[in-house]
Design a protein. Structure first.
Lengths: 435, 435
């Protein structure tokens, strides 16, 4: 084996040091798979004085731009994160003729179109398997294996922190704040958990997934997003009592009319029998419904230095092979160019919990509010009320699939009804035969 | 789009007619993804007089060799099945410079090495995603996404018929013969179910998976194989009572010493909490443990015309793109060239159910039989016996992980012991923290 592929790294943190360690330890295997010797020629870091176990000191530099524009660099691995300077460094690397492997979901979700165009212009690869669902091989199968099929829907649990929190709330009946504090103590949640618990991290991944699944440009700002910080122990318990589990889902789907896609992130009730329901703790999974393939699911660890490094190295081997062959691999295509439509155009199901006055006509008024919007009901459960000696009655209504806008308007109408004392909880239902 | 990729099909059965239908119906999408117009130029079938809905009559031919050696054919899809003439037709197609997409697990498992060599010699692709686990994108991720990692173990449910039967036995407590008859009535099992229930179909898939996961040549004859026809309702119930579910598993793993791989198919008890336990009915799933990625699982429909056609078309798009680029994609590599070792070299765990004489020293004799072989015990449960007024006692022993050969010798020794009236059942245990 005489050829050498020269590799430069941007970032020497948790993921970066794992990538360097594996590139050095497994150089024989990796080189056999790539078809050329993979040689790390430099690692750009911010602080040269910090100890970086596993990274030989002679490789370190604090001039990332000089590193990525070296004429002999074939491949740049970007694991520094953040928008700038990662963006300008990646563009410089691509324009320098290097292929780029990135784990930077925020950047790809925000500015993927510009980066893809730069890769195409320079006939090099831009791969980012590690950006979504860590070690789970997911983007390549979506891009290539399902290339002969039509994806209708992607449902994913793509944020480990929130899935850990929701799993604990489900198992222990604990409240959100309590579990979050525990997760922070254990290192599963960051000191400032906003990006995770408000769904922003999941929204970036949803944008990337939607773009690949529907061959269309989708950016982070197209994603409607709602986090889990408003959930209570009562919400989780109520779901459990009805045979559901609450998950933070990233959903991307074709509209029924086929005129566009809707991409959204929000908590949803999933039936216990659904494959996504058994995805616990910090695990991730992405469930894909395609026209011919039917239901397919990918499951694995969504984060962590080693799993992320595994995904990065898979991309490195692929990009190295393409380099040797003198042409890039299958790029992200946006030929379908579907419009991204607002949340109101989604089709979904609601579970609505109400406190109503227990008097004749209350149920009829509630039922009429749904009927006015053309929403049909799957089940209605009433508890309490005059017979049990209480003044108010609890109503739990679950709808059939309907337009999100109709469901939202129904809930607004319910809030105005004299018969409704309180709209206690509203949650979407996903997964199962009717969705 | 001016370029055209000419496609020939071998086989016009269930899968073939779905492939043709989708190629014609979705020609625009598929061509956009492939980068050239995909044109079906012929479909070779055995009987020209049979009705083949969806396949235009002008495309039909009963001379497959003439079709695959046409100088203008770029790509051959083989969905006829069986060893010959599929083998010689594929070889002729490859030597004619056409890339080949096949769904033929038996052929790939038996003679993959020769076919891969022919593809490499002719610089064309040989893809067969549909050969294992139908629509689940699995082989490409194993070959490419995990290319930077080291796979240690693959555990798969890869046969839908047996998984359907085992699911029904688990759910209904019914006996094997009863459920098999029902499965045959419903079309889930064939009139002659041997290939499925004796594990031969799973063994072919295990050979393909093992070859890809360990970058080594593995053929069907390397796989040790045991089916489900010997299982009783009592076996399944006993497993369920202990928190396990019985699955027919295809297992491929590195030995602890790293000196080779063992590939096996047999029924095994899987803990209910393991992701494979919730794979029900005719669904398939493959669970991969890799050094860095950790645990990853792929789930979906394992068979059926449409799912299989989806996998075939994914390969067709990839092979077409490679054709246009003038070079094949990443081929199956066997650089690691690991030896396939006999079953005795596997590391596994046993669950052994015994009927012993209820007299002092019986338990000691049983425990000694395990200790002699260096097998340590995870749990022992005794039921019945003198205290409950019975003459015999039931012992359920579960071991820690040990060499398969030691476990087999232990069971032989148990059968000879005077204290043991009967070795009632022996089953391997897979999945979970200790395996």
């Amino acid at each position: 084996m005489t050829q050498t592929i020269k590799v430069a790294l941007l970032g020497g943190g948790t993921v970066g040091s794992q990538v360097v360690r594996l590139l050095i330890e497994n150089v024989q295997d990796l080189s056999a798979r790539a078809g050329a010797t993979l040689e790390v020629v430099g690692v750009a870091v911010r602080d040269l004085r910090r100890e970086r176990p596993g990274i030989p000191t002679r490789l370190l530099t604090d001039d990332p731009m000089a590193l990525v524009t070296r004429p002999d660099v074939d491949l740049v691995i970007e694991v520094m994160g953040g928008i700038e300077p990662a963006r300008e460094l990646i563009l410089a690397a691509l324009d320098n003729g290097a292929s780029v492997v990135s784990a930077n979901k925020a950047l790809i979700a925000e500015d993927g179109a510009v980066l893809h165009a730069a890769a195409e212009r320079n006939s090099v690869d831009l791969y980012y398997e590690a950006a979504v669902a860590g070690a789970i091989p997911l983007l390549r199968p979506l891009r290539e294996s399902l290339a002969g099929d039509r994806v209708r829907r992607v449902l994913g649990i793509v944020n480990g922190t929130t899935n850990y929190i929701l799993t604990k709330m489900d198992e222990d009946g604990a409240d959100y704040a309590e579990v979050l504090a525990e997760a922070q103590r254990l290192g599963y949640a960051e000191a400032d958990p906003t990006a995770d618990v408000e769904g922003h991290d999941a929204a970036a991944k949803a944008a990337i997934l939607a773009g690949l699944a529907f061959h269309s440009p989708v950016s982070m700002s197209d994603v409607s997003c709602e986090g889990i910080s408003g959930l209570t122990a009562a919400d989780i318990t109520a779901a459990r009592d009805s045979g559901f589990v609450v998950k933070l889902l990233a959903v991307a789907e074709l509209t029924d009319a086929g005129d566009g896609v809707v991409v959204r992130v929000h908590p949803a009730m999933v039936p216990r029998s659904h494959p996504l329901a058994s995805v616990r703790d910090a695990y991730n999974a992405v469930f894909v419904e395609a026209e011919s393939a039917g239901q397919v699911m990918f499951y694995g660890r969504g984060a962590g230095g080693e799993p992320t490094a595994s995904a990065v190295l898979g991309d490195v081997v692929a990009a190295a092979r393409n380099k040797l062959a003198g042409r890039p691999g299958h790029a992200h295509s946006v030929y379908a160019d579907l419009k991204v439509l607002p949340l109101g155009r989604a089709t979904t199901r609601y579970s609505v919990s109400l406190l109503v006055l227990d008097r004749p006509g209350a149920l009829a008024a509630v039922a009429a509010a749904f009927a006015e919007q053309g929403v049909s009901l799957q089940s209605v459960r009433q508890e309490g009320g005059l017979e049990s000696g209480e003044q108010d009655a609890s109503l739990l209504v679950r709808t059939h699939a309907a337009a999100e806008s109709s469901l939202q308007q129904t809930v607004e109408r319910l809030r105005e009804l004299a018969e409704v004392k309180q709209v206690v909880a509203v949650m979407r239902v996903e997964g199962g035969p009717d969705a």
